[in-house]
Write a protein that binds this ligand. Structure first.
Ligand SMILES: [Zn+2]
Length: 381
């Protein structure tokens, strides 16, 4: 059984709006923590449970999320069957025993049903679709970054339900150009979050390359754009049931309009948005870019950068998929249309090895810095 990288997030006691519980008297299955979700739970027989997953609203991208806690007074073996109403499973279950490291949980798939045997005991066991990275995790991460680097961690504004949306910045007085990093528009896309953490840590490191880069460029990171969706364990949407990465043309939602307003403010103050990376997850590793003939500055910039990544990592097949969807409302298109620059959607596979995610992000961040610096020097000549 392979061990996943992160340890179990601190289970916070913030009220969960979808709170459900299922108890046999001896065994209790509960959702009293942030990110938890188990839409329906039924005791079908002694020690046998049926959990049904239901999305926040439809239509929706097929990303059934679940997270629940199991505990019992005495050690008891139970069987849990999970089904998804009108859909099928996307995420193989992960387990964290008594707050320990996440591991893949053995299970069987029978049709659309996922079946697993769990040992319940007084030590709490958490089962989740992916490693739990809750809203508090981002705050703790930013605090750690702050200790090692000269960053600020401030409130950008509040979400639909009033949760804080934070920004992390590294500014240099001499620098005018901004790199923008976005994450977690889609709550279950945890491998994208893992990539963002390593990517940003590499950008803000004490390496010579980072130090040179940070003299020339400012960095804005908004790592957790959809805290209401993360808290509720949503499959994809914000608290209004809308896909935030389809709202970068309308800005009908507070989460996206906060970012748009802030970027426009930076530009008004003389800043220039130079490049943006938006972190997501899907069934495979892929980088969605804007086409080279779209008319943005440095048309081959993304190809040069990711081509260098492909060369550096011979065992990692770098797939670049250019696309132009003017009416779709994705962030990548917004950056190109509003600021005339490239942007990418950086997608990590749901099941990509967690150490590999870190290695890719480390190399991609270093190569991004060297590519941007050498372009800047080239343009000066
Ligand atoms: Zn996504």
């Amino acid at each position: 059984m392979s061990v996943l990288l992160i340890s179990c997030a601190t289970i916070t006691t913030e009220q969960n709006d979808n709170e459900q519980a299922c108890s046999s008297g001896k065994v209790r299955i509960t959702t009293d923590f942030s990110t938890a979700r188990m839409d329906e739970c039924l005791l079908v027989d002694e020690n046998e449970y049926l959990i049904t997953l239901v999305p926040e609203n439809t239509p929706i991208n097929s990303s059934p999320w679940y997270a629940f806690k199991i505990q019992s007074d005495q050690t008891t073996n139970i069987t849990i069957t999970m089904k998804v109403r009108g859909d099928k499973h996307r995420y193989p279950p992960k387990i964290s025993i008594n707050g320990g490291a996440w591991q893949l949980q053995k299970h069987q798939i029978k049709g659309n049903r996922l079946i697993m045997k769990i040992t319940a005991s007084p030590k709490p066991v958490v089962i989740a679709a992916q490693e739990i990275i809750n809203n508090q995790y981002y705050v703790d991460w930013a605090k750690k970054l702050k200790v090692s680097g000269k960053i600020t961690h401030n409130l950008l504004g509040n979400s639909t339900q009033g949760r804080p949306i934070y920004k992390i910045e590294h500014r240099n007085k001499e620098a005018k150009e901004w790199l923008v990093i976005l994450g977690r528009q889609h709550p279950p896309e945890v491998t994208g979050a893992l990539a963002l953490f390593s990517f940003v840590e590499t950008l803000l490191s004490t390496s010579k390359l980072s130090q040179n880069y940070l003299k020339k460029y400012n960095i804005l990171v908004i790592p957790n754009i959809n805290p209401d969706g993360v808290h509720a364990g949503n499959w994809r949407h914000n608290a209004n049931g809308l896909d935030l990465n389809r709202d970068w043309n309308q800005f009908s939602q507070v989460e996206t309009s906060l970012i748009n307003n802030y970027l426009q403010q930076l530009v008004k103050q003389g800043g220039k948005i130079k490049f943006a990376v938006d972190f997501h997850s899907t069934h495979k590793d892929i980088f969605y870019s804007m086409p080279v003939d779209y008319g943005v500055e440095d048309p081959y910039f993304v190809r040069h950068w990711l081509g260098a990544l492909d060369y550096l990592m011979p065992k990692f097949d770098v797939v670049i998929k250019p696309g132009n969807n003017p009416g779709l409302g994705v962030s990548k298109q917004y950056f190109s249309d509003h600021y005339g620059v490239h942007a990418i959607t950086y997608e990590m596979g749901d099941n990509t090895d967690r150490i590999k995610i870190k290695r890719i992000a480390f190399n991609a961040a270093n190569l991004l810095m060297s590519t941007m610096l050498s372009n800047a020097n080239h343009n000066k000549e």
